[in-house]
Design a protein around this ligand. Structure first.
Ligand code: ADP
Length: 221
């Protein structure tokens, strides 16, 4: 059920139903967002926002270097994402510090984008939606669900990682059962892409209905 904490004021965040889309690594977030975007939904991808935030010379990159050192910079001033990833992957405290720098800034950008959107619903793709607390900004949360064995195969096929590396990535994220329990709705991504496309079309229709109800409720106030 939707949480009562996920109800910030309607007019502060734009004229659109705020839909959080989350799921484990390689569960299919980008694929689902891409389908929904083809149906006309605006998509805000927080991974893209986070990358844009750490451009050379940016305040976010400066804050990261102030915390973790300039050795994370490449010769051209770009953030060495692989080195940062390796640094925080097994170090909970380092990861917490990095998230404390990046998450609030990403959240600020998301709010700025949402405030400008006028569309029935907007998809906000957030891999760490619950971990970052950004679920509280959403009115409806969709989680993509996938069995871990299948997730493992898709990580290996897409990213060229070993089985052990894929397993470690999965283990570092929120457990599937916890994510599923906290979401308002699940999209099963087991099976071929054509099956997913059918489920996403139903999701799109459902989101349009929810958006319509929100507009009705808001104009009735
Ligand atoms: P995420 O954005 O959650 O990391 P992606 O959407 O990139 O995941 O999907 C991970 C990989 O799995 C991609 O290579 C994608 O093409 C593939 N994929 C997604 N859905 C399916 C599916 N139903 N069947 C087979 N491959 C899929």
């Amino acid at each position: 059920m939707p949480s009562l904490t996920r109800t910030p004021p309607f007019d502060a965040l734009g004229n659109t139903l705020r839909v959080g889309l989350t799921g484990g690594i390689a569960s299919g977030k980008s694929t689902v967002a891409d389908y929904l975007s083809r149906y006309g939904a605006p998509v805000i991808d927080t991974d893209h926002l986070a990358r844009a935030l750490v451009q050379p010379g940016s305040p976010t990159l400066q804050a990261i270097c102030a915390t973790f050192g300039n050795s994370l910079l490449q010769a051209d001033g770009q953030l060495d994402r692989a080195a940062l990833g390796a640094l925080v992957f097994n170090d909970f405290e380092a990861r917490r510090k990095l998230e404390a720098i990046v998450h609030p800034r990403v959240e600020e950008r998301v709010l700025q984008r949402l405030a400008r959107i006028d569309a029935p619903y907007t998809v906000v793709v957030v891999p760490l939606l619950f971990e970052s607390g950004m679920d509280r900004l959403m009115e409806w949360v969709v989680a993509i669900d996938l069995a871990e064995e299948e997730q493992e195969q898709r990580i290996i096929a897409r990213d060229g990682l070993s089985k052990e590396q894929a397993r470690a990535r999965i283990a570092s994220q929120l457990k599937r059962s916890v994510r599923s329990a906290r979401a308002d709705c699940l999209i099963d991504n087991h099976g071929p892409p054509a099956a997913l496309a059918q489920r996403v079309l139903r999701l799109h229709c459902d989101l349009l209905n929810r958006a319509q109800r929100k507009r009705r409720d808001c104009t009735a106030l």
